[in-house]
Design a protein around this ligand. Structure first.
Ligand code: GLN
Length: 292
């Protein structure tokens, strides 16, 4: 087993290449710096730096996990979202860059609202969405809901780490029971956001192993047509979204028109807006409830 920085890096790259991981170079470097607590500058300035046997062991384990296709974010336990280093684990979806589009869209709508704003995030996972929004808007109070107690614990941990604990309430609830009976504020929100599970159940097995084998099924599985959660959220809005309040949801590829179909079928909303991602995929649907 090699023991200096450069040879460990090369060894890790070789292991990850053999496991078919395209980003082997970057991943080996990230794992080396994460598990050896060395600055990556040292890899280049002191390639012969001798690493302790304990650190070598941790790095080897990390490379073995990545070789089994475990996502990097779970191995290092962190993922950056909206410039916040969030803790993530097997109970939380790994926040995706696309979801920052939802955050941006929400900020746009919030900028025209006055006073204290009450936001509900359905399926909060790591808490990435309310944490990002609360960090930007001091008058925002968020309720973050998830069905997983472990995800909520992680989201709470993240909010505490970023000093946002008093601004986000956490609630364990099942989307299927919307409107949630135990909402603490009497139930009316100014804004409801969600990045719900939207993969068709039958398609999950064909996703890349990092997703299919490691990310929580509850966070991915959108039922037979991928749209089950959207119907539940849109229907739930009738009881918990205030008149002229806003509903903003992330959508999967090709789903926006069906989702807007459900929205329009309720006749309580105005005209929906679709926001595309950088790849031109319809990524976010936003719509205002009509005045009372
Ligand atoms: N809200 C979290 C995210 O956007 C989790 C979403 C989910 O679990 N489907 O990453």
């Amino acid at each position: 087993m090699p023991s200096n920085l450069n040879s460990l890096l090369k060894w890790g790259e070789g292991q990850l290449t053999a496991a078919g991981i395209d980003s082997y170079r970057l991943d080996a470097k990230i794992l080396l710096t994460a598990f050896l607590s060395v600055d990556d500058v040292l890899i280049y300035s002191r390639p012969d730096f001798a690493v302790s046997p304990e650190d070598i062991l941790s790095y080897r384990e990390a490379i073995a996990r990545r070789s089994r296709r475990e996502p990097l974010a779970y191995i290092i336990g962190k993922k950056e979202f909206w410039n916040h280093p969030l803790t993530v684990n097997r109970h939380t979806l790994i926040p995706r860059p696309e979801t920052e589009i939802l955050v941006e869209t929400a900020l746009g709508y919030i900028s025209s609202m006055n006073g204290n704003i009450k936001l509900l995030d359905i399926g909060t996972g790591s808490g990435n969405i309310p944490i990002s929004l609360a960090s930007e808007i001091p008058s925002l109070h968020c309720t973050a809901v998830d069905i997983s107690a472990e995800a909520l614990e992680t989201a709470r941990f993240n909010s505490k780490a970023l000093n946002l604990e008093g601004r986000i309430s956490f609630l364990k609830a099942d989307l299927r029971n919307l409107p949630f009976s135990n909402l603490e504020n009497g139930g009316l929100f100014d804004i409801i956001v969600s990045n719900p599970p939207y993969i068709r159940s039958a398609d999950i097995g064909a996703l890349m192993p990092e997703v299919a084998l490691f990310e929580p099924r509850l966070a991915l599985d959108g039922g037979a047509d991928g749209l089950v959660s959207y119907r539940q959220i849109i229907e739930g809005c009738q009881a918990i979204l205030r008149p002229e309040g806003v509903l903003i949801m992330e959508t999967g590829m090709g789903q926006a028109m069906d989702i807007i179909g459900f929205i329009n079928s309720l006749a309580i909303f105005g005209e929906a807006e679709i926001i595309n991602d950088l790849a031109g995929i319809e990524r976010v649907v936003a719509v205002k409830r009509l005045p009372a």
